[in-house]
Design a protein around this ligand. Structure first.
Ligand SMILES: O=C(O)CCC(=O)C(=O)O
Length: 347
């Protein structure tokens, strides 16, 4: 766990017990016995952490420039987050993307907003797994600039407007990821105060912040028992734990975990490794893109149990359904065309 030298730790045996029970719960979701044992494992992990010091808040490292080989050696392969300051300042999107310019180009188009269970704010009503609505893009942009609460998260909008893909530096991604397997592009646009709760997923990604300011809270998966996510078999995990410690009574032990913070300015690029938990608050109206890429070593080593669950126990969508969509983009139900199933685009 190079991300945090000297971090407050949960003993390996206690983590292994919790992880195993979390895995079993995916196969036996109704078993009271497993739920009870998982709860006991969680309590033991909490008690252990609470005997130690309070958690530290650590700033994510920032660099102005970094070579691809240094990035891969010191950050990608070790699973350490990094901000590359102004990393996208010279990309075409820096001058071509803004709320006004999107309004002029695409204001008349109809777009779809999808809110998913666990990664939407509490006040966004979601019955079942997701809630979606269609809206005129211009009206959506107006409500963002006027401080509205509708937040576009994980949107595959670049599949609808593929010309926007010309505005990225695709060589940057190839160099940094060390492969040309392609990326999944998902757009985020929201007003000041919009928020995405704590979650994690299998893919590593670069987040390109085009406009606005974003405050990220990051928590290593080492603290899974404290975050205590529900075992609902989605392609992602989610937790209601608040990194600002505002609900520590519901998540005891949160006050003792070491966490990281990253504040992104326009033009910054954030690298986030596989399975790093994160929540995000927009501190100004933002446009940003999650550029997910495949890094098998990180997927397998950052969180072995979660990778196993994703590959063999996830049902919503299953790995085979997700792969089929990513590679062929056909026949998958509309409800599943989302996180981890955004299309892999090669450039
Ligand atoms: O920007 C946000 O609100 C959330 C971003 C995020 O969670 C992601 O890219 O995975």
């Amino acid at each position: 766990m190079e991300a945090f030298p000297g971090m407050n730790r949960i003993p390996a045996g206690e983590r292994a017990a919790f992880n195993l029970l979390f895995l079993l719960e995916h196969y036996f979701p109704k078993s009271r016995r497993i739920q009870h044992m998982r709860e006991s494992a969680r309590r033991r992990a909490v008690a252990h952490l609470q005997r130690g010091p309070k958690g530290k808040l650590i700033e994510v490292q920032r660099v102005k420039d970094i070579s691809a080989s240094d990035f891969r050696k010191s950050f990608l392969s070790k699973g350490i987050p990094l901000i590359i300051e102004n990393g996208s300042a010279n990309w075409p999107l820096a001058s071509r993307w803004s709320f006004e310019k999107f309004h002029q180009r695409y204001g008349h188009e109809t777009i779809k907003l999808v809110q998913r269970k666990g990664v939407a704010a509490d006040d966004e009503i979601i019955e079942g797994k997701e809630f979606s609505e269609e809206i005129q893009f211009g009206a959506f942009l107006d409500q963002v600039t006027n401080g509205g609460t509708k937040y576009m998260r994980f949107s595959p909008l670049l599949e609808k407007f593929p010309e926007l893909l010309d505005d990225f530096d695709h060589d940057f991604f190839k160099r940094m990821a060390g492969n040309s397997w392609g990326l999944t592009y998902q757009l985020f646009m929201g007003a000041t105060g919009t928020f995405t709760p704590m979650h994690n997923a299998m893919t590593s990604f670069f987040f390109v912040n085009v406009c606005g300011i974003k405050r990220w809270a990051l928590i290593p998966n080492h603290y899974l028992p404290i975050l205590n996510p529900s075992a609902d078999g989605f392609g992602y995990n989610h937790s209601k734990a608040q990194a600002d410690l505002s609900n520590v009574t519901d998540f005891p032990g949160l006050e003792c975990i070491d966490r990281m913070e990253a504040v992104m300015q326009p033009g910054d690029i954030l690298f986030l490794p596989s399975w790093m938990w994160h929540s995000v608050r927009n501190e100004a109206p933002t446009i940003g893109v999650r550029c997910g890429f495949i890094y098998p070593k990180g997927m397998a080593t950052e969180a072995t149990t979660l990778s196993f669950i994703r590959l063999f126990a996830a049902r919503n969508p299953s790995t085979l359904e997700a792969l089929y969509y990513v590679l062929f983009k056909r026949n998958l139900p509309e409800r599943d065309k989302w996180l981890l199933t955004a299309k892999l685009i090669r450039r």
